[in-house]
Design a protein around this ligand. Sequence first.
Ligand code: APR
Ligand code: PHB
Length: 407
Amino acid sequence: MDVLTTQVAIIGSGPAGLLLGQLLYKAGISHIIIEQRHADYVAARIRAGILEQVSVDLLKQAGVDQHLNEVGLAHEGIEILTDGVKHRIDLHKLTYGKQVIVYGQTEVTKDLMQARQQANLTSYYEAHDVQVHDFTSSQTDQSSPYVTFTQDGQAYRINCDFIAGCDGYHGVCRASVPQDKIKTFEKVYPFGWLGVLADVPPVADELIYVQSDRGFALCSMRSKTRSRYYLQVPLTDKVEQWSDERFWEELKNRLDTESVKNLVTGPSIEKSIAPLRSFVTEPMRFGQLFLAGDAAHIVPPTGAKGLNLAASDIAYLSSALVEFYTTGSQQGIDEYSEKCLKRIWKAERFSWWMTHLLHRFESDSEFDLKIKQAELAYVLDSEAGQTTLAENYVGLPYELKALELNH
Ligand code: APR
Ligand code: PHB
């Protein structure tokens, strides 16, 4: 068995693990990333694409914002389409100058992987049978945490001070916490999102969130020449049932006349169905093990918060670890879970609310539908209602002065 030693063992090479690695590297803290999949698979995964300004600032702090600055699209508003009429939410005006950046998560992952390669940082891809050990040992115990895995038939052991569980919803870290030490909260939605990526210009300059009798739809983009569209579909639907033609036809059915006229269709380059889920784990720290990102929480994509929440966890975690290694103070570590969860529950509420407001639920009674319609009308007609949506959409502030991420 090969035995290695590092300060922080990071499990998972998604955006959470990669960003943590980069921030620790910048702070001179040693770490190793252990990932079960092949690097090519990780780099190619297609996910959402909206970054809050605080997430952009964090990527800048990690030194990986060059490509983002070159090709990211600043958006100062979004459209909400209901009853065949588009209503613009002026994010910029309503939040005193804030905006969001359209930049695909795939690009964020690639940028971080490239920076990692350039800095020659250690990662183990295609790691099998990853296990985390002894993370609940107290400071007075002789034992300290370690991670074991195999790669190419070779067994490894990594001794460390801390383990960062950045291994997503299906990861091993959360599953390794004793059942009586963890509580989970979950809501599963009775529909999914069918997503299509296509090399066609976006239907409009800004995102359009669509509430219609036929269900929700979203017109998003990755660039001025690449579009990302979604349709609410029953969970029982299979991708094979959705030819490109059927997808475009149904999208048109949910759009307004002007958008139908402007919609450019073309062959899909990716098509998949994702279920929608709200999920939170409490707490997020267990001795020397921290959970971060999808390992600890999931939001339905309606509020575009998944990647941004992973980033805020990493902001808190990296700052806590830097504080510990530079001053010896445990304060950030002790407060990690509480601080993260405060922001997470607010984003969970927002994502749940947007999902309820804009989707068609089969269980909705006629009364429920009328109430939803009235709620949406209130939000769109009132500046206070629009402001609530806008300030959540652009991202709530962090409780973190050291990183100067609050605007
Ligand atoms: N051992 C090692 N790696 C693992 C294990 C394991 N047992 N289990 C899972 N992983 C890896 C996965 O292969 C994946 O690459 O952990 C990584 C987790 O990455 P993500 O799922 O992308 O999670 P995270 O980094 O938290 O990013 C959150 O992804 O799903 C979106 O909306 C979400 O945008 C958010 C972001
Ligand atoms: C996306 O572009 O994939 C996207 C954008 C906004 C969302 C969800 C997904 O709310």
